[in-house]
Design a binder for this molecule. Structure first.
Ligand SMILES: Cc1cc2nc3c(=O)[nH]c(=O)nc-3n(C[C@H](O)[C@H](O)[C@H](O)COP(=O)(O)OP(=O)(O)OC[C@H]3O[C@@H](n4cnc5c(N)ncnc54)[C@H](O)[C@@H]3O)c2cc1C
Length: 437
């Protein structure tokens, strides 16, 4: 068995692990990242018949305020963004289609809110951005809205927004403090939604380049199967063939994997709690078309059935072959639908009907569909009594945790980036202190 020594070993090569490895390598650390499969985790982009299907993440929310942007600048990543045209985001209200009130123009034009409710909604936005609306960790957003006697139309508007941003069919279950914490940032953004040219594969490639340029090691198709723990320190991560010794470790793998690795360690009990939590599940149904079907909107949300369609190729010029179109539909699932095959079939038929309504003729133009089984969008769903995993536990001094199951800022991949950034700050500070001592 080969034994290698590093400043930091990163376990898991999804967005959290790769961003952490790139960040530390850029700051002069000798790193190794170990991934059991292919790089990218849930954010892979797969080419099928010339269409670039994003397997998981497709857009960044609030790019100007995001940790990804912070890392992008520090690491000088070469990414090309295309920002969403807000007035092209619409709600399907059944009989009619209306603008999403995501900015002032949208608020004035939307049919979702009428008369005084427009002012009431604007008031909540203002109070949230100023930090006056904070919510309460002990009550859900639904309870909070009821307690404050918020008008039914404004209440529905806020829950609809939350469904879209948290990717959930049950926005009413979001803790009210998480809701307001999230919107304090998002209501301030000037760039609500952005797409990466070339898909998320480009981001993965950029992280890989930074790691390799700084002599970091990337080991794929290799699972970490065990750890050596000595008192309050992890001393090595083991794969079938090798051992990786390091001063610090960042674990960017989901809670169930962590629990197996940390069995019989001081963290066994702490980690067990996080394995019981429910993830956020969706079904996605993407279609690659040989000919564009023009539409006045590039995002359309079916409020009643909780499905949205994004025209990915409108923003990402590399997503479809010339003249073609790549559309992505995502349906949010409620808890009782997750293990119900009949519900899945119904959702797929609903998505097809939604495509029929807004992109009529898609069936004739279809080159390649990509339909998921239930997919985990976020490993810990933000519902009452579910918390993110801390980035660090004092019981083990040199192990840090990152991923969208962790405590952090934002939702979805932003949780992966923000927790990875925090984990890196801990490692850099710790190693600088050790050097100075
Ligand atoms: C359909 C869909 C749509 C989405 N849309 C968006 C979106 O629009 N915007 C957005 O921001 N986010 C979106 N997301 C969420 C985003 O994809 C995730 O938040 C993000 O990819 C999570 O990255 P991660 O590194 O935290 O976790 P993961 O991607 O789960 O990475 C964990 C990695 O650890 C590896 N691993 C596990 N165990 C071991 C082990 N023992 N040894 C070595 N390696 C191990 C795994 O193979 C995996 O690669 C979407 C997700 C899905 C599924």
């Amino acid at each position: 068995m080969k034994k290698s020594q590093y400043d930091a070993v990163i376990v898991g090569g999804g967005l959290a692990g790769l961003s952490a490895a790139a960040y530390l390598a850029h700051h002069g650390k000798k790193v190794a990242v170990i991934e059991r499969g292919k790089l990218g985790g849930r954010a892979m982009t797969i080419n099928m018949k010339g269409f670039q299907f994003n397997f998981g993440a497709h857009a960044i929310y609030g790019r100007d305020k995001s940790y990804l942007t912070l890392m992008e600048k520090e690491l000088q990543l070469k990414l090309y963004w295309s920002d969403f045209t807000q007035m092209k985001a619409k709600y399907d209200l059944g009989e009619e289609v209306s603008v999403v009130p995501s900015n002032l123009g949208g608020l004035l034009q939307t049919k979702l809110l009428k008369g005084m409710d427009k002012f009431r909604f604007a008031y909540h936005i203002l109070f949230t951005t100023l930090g006056f609306e904070k919510g309460d960790p002990n009550i859900s957003i639904k309870q909070w809205l009821e307690q404050k006697k918020v008008s039914p139309a404004v209440k529905e508007m806020m829950l609809n927004l939350a469904a879209s941003n948290f990717f959930t069919g049950e926005p009413e279950r979001i803790p009210s403090d998480v809701f307001f914490g999230y919107y304090k940032r998002i209501f301030k953004t000037n760039i609500p939604v952005s797409y990466i040219q070339g898909g998320w594969q480009k981001l993965i490639e950029q992280f890989v380049q930074v790691i390799e340029k700084n002599d970091g090691e990337i080991i794929t198709k290799t699972k970490v199967t065990g750890l050596s723990v000595d008192g309050k320190r992890v001393t090595a991560a083991h794969t079938k063939k090798n051992s990786f010794v390091a001063d610090d470790f960042i674990f960017a793998i989901p809670p169930e994997e962590l629990q197996t690795l940390f069995l019989h360690s001081p963290l066994e009990k702490e980690l067990a709690e996080y394995t019981k939590y429910e993830p956020t599940y969706v079904i996605f149904y993407d279609i690659g078309l040989k000919k564009r079907i023009d539409s006045p909107y590039t995002y359309i949300f079916d409020r009643d059935r909780q499905i949205f369609i994004s025209d990915i190729s409108y923003y990402d010029m590399e997503a479809a072959p010339p003249g073609g179109q790549l559309l992505q539909a995502i349906a949010y699932l409620k808890s009782h639908e997750i293990s119900d095959p009949l519900a899945h079939e119904r959702v797929k038929l609903d998505i097809e009907a939604f495509y029929d309504k807004h992109f009529s003729g898609w069936r004739k133009s279809l080159v390649v569909p990509r339909v998921s089984k239930v997919a985990v969008v976020q490993a810990i769903k933000w519902t009452m009594h579910q918390r993110g995993l801390p980035v660090h536990f004092s019981k083990i001094t040199n192990a840090f945790f990152a991923g969208d199951w962790c405590q952090g800022v934002g939702q979805l991949s932003e949780l992966s980036f923000s927790s990875s950034y925090e984990a890196c700050q801990h490692v850099l500070k710790k190693q600088a202190e050790k050097k100075g001592a």
